[in-house]
Design a protein around this ligand. Structure first.
Ligand code: CP
Ligand code: NVA
Length: 316
């Protein structure tokens, strides 16, 4: 039997840009339904009954792994964990792994270094491929961020201004994409050489033109914070960049989210972080453990949004 290259016509989620505005909004609405069902102890529809989904992880995870596994089982399915570091690379090629798994499971949720691994999986599988984070994107996190914004600003979340202060890594790239598609104003504030890569930024600006979002860059946190409704940050040293740590800590030293930064934002502004967080670096203890912080609510939204994405992929 030959491999199945190029016949993947399943629904995939490699990047937020795989989705349009109405699909994103319906996933967010569904996430709210799942949140309310959980709060009232209502059993969800078991639409994943009989389905097995592989979770392939090349990097560590707490939230992504547990929220997805828990989402799959509470929808009636079964998640199987594969340590990507154990099977890929010298032991077996991604193409062979993909051709094997496509006949055994109903989907793969993969956390990898290179985005190209996800596209290679997609080319060699005819089951959904879902991005659990790669160096470029973190689409599941962007959904949790947006659901947290929705919960806190239920009447007008599309009119809020989101400001990301920190490194232009996977997390702000997916967040900028989701804002650009939905028409939400977004500012990326970073040291000059750490902004969102040009190849993604150009596409983000095109999406913003269509939706009417005001998408900007800045390099001065105290100015960016003004008029912000949501201030977001992430680690300055993403997984895989550990050898750059000492240089990055110096380059980012003026980009900590401090209480002074929060005080410059709108009065009811909230603080978000995907976690894990490094207190005293990208955010002070006072902010992350303070009243404006919604970081654990955001972490819990990873569960609700994972269910909603699974609903979109397998049940819509
Ligand atoms: N936020 C997030 O993706 O956390 P983990 O790396 O623990 O999955
Ligand atoms: N930017 C971080 C996100 C961790 C959830 C990283 O890639 O390590």
């Amino acid at each position: 039997m030959n491999n199945i290259k190029n016949i993947n016509n399943a629904k995939n989620l490699l990047s937020i840009t795989d989705l349009n505005k109405s699909e994103i909004l319906s996933i967010l609405e569904k996430a709210e339904q799942f949140r309310k069902e959980k709060e009232s102890n209502t059993k969800h529809t078991q639409f994943l009954k009989g389905k097995n989904i592989a979770m392939f992880f090349e990097k560590p995870s707490l939230r992504t792994k547990i929220s997805f596994d828990s989402a799959v089982s509470s929808l009636g399915g079964n998640a199987i964990l594969i340590d990507g570091r154990e099977v890929a690379g010298t032991r077996e090629s991604i193409s062979d792994i993909s051709n094997v798994l496509t006949g055994m499971v109903d989907g793969i949720f993969a956390r990898v270094h290179e985005h190209s691994i996800l596209t290679e999986m997609k080319e060699n599988m005819n089951i959904p491929v879902l991005n659990a984070l790669c160096n470029d994107f973190h689409p599941f996190q962007a959904f949790a961020e947006l659901q947290t914004v929705m919960i806190n600003f239920p009447n007008n979340f599309l009119e809020k201004k989101i400001v990301f202060i920190g490194d232009g890594c996977n997390v702000p790239t997916s967040l900028a994409q989701i804002c650009a598609i939905l028409g939400i104003d977004f500012e990326m504030c970073s040291p000059e050489k750490y902004t969102i890569p040009e190849k993604f930024w150009t596409e983000i600006l095109k999406l913003a033109k269509k939706s009417g979002a005001n998408i900007t860059t800045s390099h001065i946190p105290t100015i960016s914070a003004q008029n912000a409704d949501v201030i977001v940050t992430d680690t300055w040293v993403s997984m895989g960049m550990e050898e750059e740590k000492s240089k990055r800590l110096k380059d980012f030293k003026d980009f900590s989210v401090t209480q002074d930064i929060m005080n410059r934002a709108n009065k009811d502004a909230i603080f978000l972080h995907c976690l894990p967080a490094y207190r005293g670096l990208e955010v002070t203890e006072e902010v992350i453990d303070g009243k404006q912080s919604h970081v654990f609510e955001e972490a819990h939204c990873r569960l609700h949004t994972s269910k909603a994405i699974l609903d979109f992929i397998y049940n819509a």
